[in-house]
Design a protein. Structure first.
Length: 398
């Protein structure tokens, strides 16, 4: 077997299941899961209708490159959303559909990393665990960039030494971030783009939470947007990853895209013809409909705004919570160690949250996930309110 498989960590939810094993939550109180970031708002009917209307395509092998209409729709969406100059993305050469960003974020490292020259892959810490697994299975060493309160929950790229940048082949950034919801501003993205050109590494920008923000007039900036304003019109060394899962509440559709540097996209396309996860045609048609409509996304944001406000009001004074810049997670510090907090909350109130250390790694004795929990504000409003009251009661009992 591939010995790198032994280097993979158990997934956070496996660790969570072990943590909860043997604990009996109180009978008669429904379970509320705030642990998984799985959107629960209803999938829009018009997306489902398109999916059903194109089911006859089940008898067709989809192509890796995807429908030209889908790539054109995505290029237009990117241009509008990130204020790119018209025609700045060539749908033929700079956009590829993917079967969800999870798959693509993993596969991308396999295509990018040259394992012959002692490669490093840099990533935020805490992080979406796929980045780490992708680095390890690509034969690279992961390097974890701490994201704690001291740096506003984003990496301090200037604290990375030049030797590390020299060996860096791929940098994952996640903005808005999971779990803290912090957004990389354009100055930080500019810095990262400059470093990438200087040290010849690729930036994989996971922007799958980019549409979950709260000020309709101030959406988070993106990597391609920043590259364009810097005059880097070929987006060299820059690739973004976007998803319909959070934006359109269709995580089951497994639909996203990558876009950016044409040379990287071409090599990734080559890789993907073997990887073999072309998006089913009916999903491509449904995706065209989803990327063409903003109304349902505005409503989606309204629901998250409402739920976050309600939970924060109830938790105020019990846990240090504030509205994230974007995304749908709360990431408070806990009064007792995070694992103890999560286990105790489950035992006392039948509410599940995710211990922060299951999303992070300890480096030089510091673990930026320790003593925090991730609370996914995904259930319906009444459940979120109920959960917040139960969390409050639990905290008060400590
Ligand atoms: C930071 C981050 N990136 C990527 C994904 C994957 O999303 P999908 O594969 O549904 O596009 C998730 C899902 O939770 C995530 O939190």
């Amino acid at each position: 077997m591939n010995t790198d498989l032994d280097r993979l960590q158990p997934y956070p939810f496996e660790k969570l299941a072990d943590l909860k094993a043997g604990v009996e939550p109180p009978a008669g109180r429904d379970h509320i899961a705030l642990s998984i970031g799985e959107p629960k708002h209803a999938a829009p009917g018009f997306i489902r209708d398109q999916l059903i209307a194109h089911l006859h395509n089940l008898s067709v092998y989809p192509r890796t490159r995807g429908l030209v209409n889908l790539r054109e729709t995505v290029a237009e969406w990117l241009e509008q959303r990130f204020r790119l100059p018209e025609g700045s993305l060539d749908p033929e050469r700079q956009v590829l559909p993917v079967a969800g960003t999870r798959e693509a974020l993993f596969a991308f490292a396999q295509a990018v990393v040259d394992r012959s020259c002692d490669p490093l892959v840099l990533m935020p810490n805490p992080f979406y665990q796929i980045y780490e697994g992708a680095a390890l299975l690509a034969g690279a060493e992961p390097v974890y960039l701490p994201c704690g309160p001291a740096t506003g929950f984003i990496p301090n790229f200037d604290a990375v030494d030049p030797r590390t940048w020299e060996r860096c082949q791929l940098l994952y950034v996640c903005s808005p971030g999971n779990p803290a919801g912090a957004v990389l501003d354009s100055a930080t993205l500019e810095r990262v783009i400059t470093l990438a050109q200087q040290h010849d590494f690729v930036i994989a920008a996971d922007e799958c939470y980019s549409e979950i923000y709260f000020d309709e007039g101030a959406p988070p900036v993106g990597l391609l947007q920043t590259a364009a304003t810097m005059g880097l019109t070929d987006f060299r060394r820059c690739v973004v990853f976007h998803s319909l899962s959070k934006r359109s509440n269709v995580p089951g559709m497994r639909s996203g895209f990558v876009a950016g540097d044409a040379n990287l996209i071409e090599d990734f396309f080559h890789y993907r013809t073997y990887h073999g996860c072309a998006m089913p045609l009916q999903h491509q048609y449904a995706s065209i409909a989803a990327w063409s409509d903003e109304g349902h996304v505005v409503e989606n944001r309204r629901l998250y705004r409402e739920k976050l406000a309600a939970m924060i009001e109830i938790l105020d004074g019990a846990l240090p919570v504030s509205r994230p810049e974007a995304g749908f997670y709360l990431w408070p510090a806990t009064p007792v160690p995070d694992t103890e907090f999560a286990r105790g909350l489950f035992a006392a109130e039948n509410v599940t949250v995710l211990p922060g250390r299951f999303l992070s790694r300890e480096v030089h004795g510091e673990d930026p996930g320790a003593n925090r929990v991730r609370i996914a504000v995904v259930p319906p409003l009444d459940e979120c309110v109920d959960a917040a009251h139960r969390i409050r009661r639990y905290v008060k009992s400590l």
